[in-house]
Design a protein around this ligand. Structure first.
Ligand code: URA
Length: 243
C-alpha cells in the first residue's frame, strides 16, 4: 500500500498533512527516514514509525463489548453517545461499526468490526445465527409461553408490518426471569415477543451470539479483542438449537 494512503487511512492526517510530515523527516520505514510519501510499503511486515510512534496496522479488528444502557448501537448519533464513544483512540483509527443493533436500554454482547463481509455473514437472516438474551419481565412466565415462543408469534416488524417469528427457545429460570434465544433481529423483537404473550420486559441483556458467550469479566462499557477461535464461534450455532 502507498505510505500516504496507509497513514491517512489510519487517521494520522490528510494525504497533504502526511506528505508534509514525511517531507519533514517524521516518518521512518524499517529504521530509515523516508521523504517520499508516495512510496509503497508492506503494511504487515515493514516497521513504520510516525512521530516516534509505531504504526500498528491490522486489516481487520473484531471486538466484543459489554454494552451499557444509554448508548446507541451506531457509528454516530445527533443526541446520544454511541458504542464508538467507549473505544480507546487506538481503535478509532479503524472504521469499526457495530454488527446489528441493541436498543439504547439493552445491555450486553455486541460485536464491533471493520470486516464488512464478516458482519454480513453474521447478520444474514439465512444464516439463522441464534442470539440469546437474559430477560426480566413484569408478569409470571409459564410453560404455555415456552410453547408459544416455539410455535412462532405474530408481531409487528420495524415497518409496522405483521411478521411471524421463527422458533424461539424460552428457558425459564424463575417466573420473572428467563433466557430467550432467537435467530432473527427485527426491531424490538424480544420486547415485542414478550408483549405478544402479555408480559413487559423490564430488563434485557444479550449474553450469547452463536456459540460465543459474553465474557463475564467485562464490566459494562468494557471490551476486548476476540481470538481467532472466538470469531469462528460467532458463526456456529449451539447444538441445542440445531434441528
Ligand atoms: N430485542 C429487543 O427488543 N431489543 C434489543 O435490544 C434486542 C433484541
Amino acid at each position: 500500500m502507498r505510505l500516504d494512503k496507509l497513514l491517512s487511512n489510519l487517521k494520522y492526517g490528510s494525504r497533504n498533512e502526511i506528505k508534509k510530515l514525511v517531507r519533514q523527516g517524521y516518518v521512518k520505514v524499517n529504521g530509515e527516514i523516508v521523504t517520499d510519501s508516495s512510496i509503497h510499503v508492506d503494511e504487515i511486515n515493514d516497521e513504520i514509525m510516525i512521530l516516534d510512534e509505531i504504526v500498528n496496522y491490522r486489516p481487520y479488528i473484531y471486538l466484543m463489548m459489554n454494552k451499557p444502557q444509554g448508548y446507541i448501537s451506531a457509528t454516530s448519533d445527533k443526541y446520544h453517545e454511541t458504542v464508538l464513544d467507549l473505544l480507546d483512540e487506538e481503535y478509532l483509527r479503524y472504521d469499526l461499526f457495530p454488527c446489528g443493533r441493541l436498543d439504547i436500554d439493552t445491555e450486553g454482547l455486541i460485536i464491533l468490526t471493520n470486516d464488512g463481509k464478516f458482519a454480513h455473514q453474521l447478520m444474514h437472516p439465512k444464516k439463522d445465527i441464534y442470539k440469546t438474551y437474559y430477560v426480566q419481565v413484569d408478569k409470571p412466565l409459564g410453560q404455555v409461553d415456552q410453547e408459544r415462543f416455539l410455535r412462532g408469534l405474530t408481531i409487528l416488524d420495524g415497518n409496522d408490518e405483521p411478521f411471524t417469528t421463527k422458533p424461539a427457545y424460552l428457558e425459564i429460570i424463575n417466573p420473572y426471569e428467563a433466557y430467550v434465544s432467537i435467530s432473527e433481529g427485527k426491531f424490538h423483537q424480544v420486547k415485542r415477543m414478550f408483549e405478544a404473550v402479555g408480559k413487559h420486559v423490564t430488563y434485557l441483556k444479550r449474553v450469547q451470539i452463536g456459540k460465543l458467550k459474553l465474557d463475564d469479566s467485562l464490566d459494562l462499557g468494557e471490551y476486548r479483542e476476540l481470538t481467532e477461535d472466538e470469531i469462528q464461534l460467532l458463526l456456529e450455532n449451539d447444538d441445542k438449537w440445531e434441528e
